[in-house]
Design a protein around this ligand. Structure first.
Ligand SMILES: NC(=O)c1ccc[n+]([C@@H]2O[C@H](COP(=O)([O-])OP(=O)(O)OC[C@H]3O[C@@H](n4cnc5c(N)ncnc54)[C@H](OP(=O)(O)O)[C@@H]3O)[C@@H](O)[C@H]2O)c1
Length: 309
């Protein structure tokens, strides 16, 4: 297939492009920076500069590539695009990402229509943002509880589902290049357990997230899929374990009221009441098999390399 990856240089894009190429697909991948064209070529893609916020740029790139499927992996979450994370000013931190999830996806869908591309796959997010009522593990039937300042994710999901495409709600990424900042915080004991650490996280190894995406492309999947591992877990389980894996002291415990004061209600809500997600649908319908079914084995495998020995 001819596959167009919008945002090929990000954490997921860099894992996805080589997997698509290895499966025999012809890949065109984009970056906003001419300096990164070489990186995309090394990954095996035809590389193009495209600004996802510029309709003409998107229209031209898609028309030139004439793909069968478009995969949207554009976010502005990296330091280069968003600066340092600041949950108190989430509107500012998520500003570019919100635009990519509204204007950006609209430009891609318009370009798809103009070029006769009838299938689109998009990145979405599933970890700690499940509806905070009922059980701790949510399915695709449950709406997201979208955190303040990131409402554009609803638009992104709605327009792609309406266009007959697939929405992949990825769990929290881990793997080289995906979680370096988090590991640093764990080493420095700056990632605490808040109010008992009851909030759940759904993790997914970036290679597994990429392999699920390949399946969604090849099967021209439609609808919403949670792309998470088998093992949603509260912070009180995974955080001390991660600290152990990186050789750090156990995480500090901080009362919820203090975090509310320092980082706001939204952060406390995620860390104490956030929900995890089920991957049953993706396994059943896409035939997805995970290399790392649980973070318990995945963290260890990821951190046992020479860098961490
Ligand atoms: N599920 C999750 O847990 C999840 C999901 C996403 C990200 N993250 C985390 O967020 C951090 C950053 O991730 P990342 O590196 O993938 O994000 P990123 O650098 O923002 O990458 C996303 C992609 O979007 C592209 N992009 C940015 N602005 C664009 C625009 N205006 N038009 C078109 N393309 C644009 C980037 O291209 P260029 O920079 O090459 O221009 C890049 O290819 C990582 O720590 C990652 O783990 C986590």
């Amino acid at each position: 297939m001819r596959v167009f990856v919008a945002g090929g240089t990000g954490v997921i894009g860099q894992r996805l492009v080589p997997q698509l190429v290895a499966r025999g697909h012809q890949v065109t991948a984009t970056t906003t920076s001419a300096a990164k064209l070489g990186l995309l070529e090394q990954l095996g893609a035809e590389a193009v500069v495209m600004d996802g916020l510029d309709a003409a740029s998107v229209g031209e790139a898609v028309a030139e590539a004439r793909p069968d499927t478009i995969v949207n992996q554009m976010t502005g979450l990296s330091h280069a695009h968003a600066g340092k994370p600041n949950l108190r000013r989430s509107d500012r931190f998520f500003a570019t990402t919100n635009r990519l999830r509204s204007e950006g996806i609209d430009h891609l869908l318009a370009a798809a229509e103009a070029t006769g591309v009838d299938h689109v796959v998009t990145q979405s997010h599933a970890s700690m943002n499940g509806r905070r009522q009922g059980g701790w593990v949510k399915t695709e039937e449950d709406p997201l509880e979208v955190i303040e300042g990131t409402k554009a994710i609803n638009h992104l999901e709605d327009v792609v589902v309406s266009a007959g495409g697939a929405v992949l709600r990825y769990g929290g990424f881990y793997g080289a290049g995906a979680w370096d900042d988090q590991l640093e915080l764990v080493r420095k004991r700056l990632l605490p357990l808040v109010g008992g650490g009851t909030g759940h996280v759904s993790w997914v190894h970036v290679d597994d997230a990429a392999s699920a995406t390949v399946l969604a492309v090849e099967q021209m999947a439609r609808g919403v899929f949670n792309i998470v591992d088998d093992d949603p877990a509260p912070s009180s389980e995974w955080l001390p374990y991660l600290a152990q894996c990186v050789g750090a002291k156990p995480p500090r415990r901080v009362p919820a009221w203090l975090v509310r004061l320092l980082a706001g209600e939204m952060t406390v809500g995620m860390l104490t009441e956030g929900r995890g997600f089920s991957n049953a649908k993706a396994k059943r319908e896409l035939g997805w098999e995970l290399r790392h079914p649980s973070w318990r084995q995945g963290f260890k495998a990821e951190l046992s390399g020479p860098v961490f020995a």
